[in-house]
Every structure is written in structure tokens, then in C-alpha cells.
Design a protein around this ligand. Structure first.
Ligand SMILES: [Ca+2]
Length: 128
């Protein structure tokens, strides 16, 4: 019977922790704040939990940028925390324009998040 237990454990784990797939897409920002350093050169870094899923390209000198990239993560589950960090690329170090964070739910959801440094970020995600 001992040889059966790993399989049993696998079945139990599969039943109790239903893994899901997260896809983040359709990211666009509006009315980003200009400062003394000029119009933002914005990009977004996407996280699920503590894992970085990557970052978008930089949209130079654009207060209303959009990004065509999407990000997919296969090893997640409902109620995990997704975080989008929007940065302004600068010489030296990049400024953080704002953070959007939420617990993910099954289905497709569209959100607008207001950024600390002004403006907002729209995004859509699907958890399936
Ligand atoms: Ca800049």
C-alpha cells in the first residue's frame, strides 16, 4: 500500500488546491502626471503574489500610453494577489507612479485604478 500513497497525495492536492490560469491584458493609462522632468515614459510591471510576470515596453513621452503586451501565469489560484506597478523610466532610477493591487477572482474583469501620482490605469484580467 505504501507505493500508493504518493498518488493518493497528488489526487488530494489536486482536489483541494485548484490551480488556475491568470491572464492580464488591455493595459492603458490616462492623464499621467507631467513633472519637471517632463512627460512620463511609462511602463508596467506585473506581479502575481511575489512572482514577477514581466514588464511592458516603455511608452516614451506619453501621458496616455497603452500597451499591447499580455501576461499569463499558470500557477495561481483564486484570491491570490495581483499587483501592477506603473513606473516612469528616468535616468538614474525610475519613479513609481502608482500601484494597483487586488485579489483575483474567477472570470474576466475590467478595472480602473487611480494612481498616487495622478492619472489612472485601466486593465483587464481573466482567471480561468
Ligand atoms: Ca521620464
Amino acid at each position: 500500500m505504501a507505493s500508493c500513497s504518493p498518488l493518493l497525495l497528488l489526487v488530494l492536492c489536486t482536489l483541494t488546491v485548484a490551480e488556475a490560469q491568470l491572464k492580464v491584458f488591455n493595459m492603458r493609462a490616462s492623464k499621467l502626471d507631467s513633472n519637471i522632468l517632463g512627460t512620463p515614459d511609462a511602463y508596467v510591471e506585473v506581479f502575481c503574489g511575489s512572482v514577477s510576470l514581466g514588464e511592458t515596453s516603455v511608452r516614451r513621452n506619453n501621458r496616455n500610453p497603452w500597451w499591447e503586451e499580455d501576461f499569463t501565469y499558470f500557477n495561481t489560484q483564486e484570491n491570490d494577489t495581483m499587483r501592477l506597478e506603473i513606473h516612469d523610466q528616468d535616468i538614474g532610477f525610475d519613479d513609481l507612479l502608482g500601484v494597483c493591487q487586488r485579489q483575483i477572482k474567477l472570470g474576466t474583469h475590467e478595472h480602473e485604478c487611480f494612481l498616487e501620482e495622478g492619472g489612472s490605469l485601466h486593465y483587464t484580467y481573466t482567471l480561468s
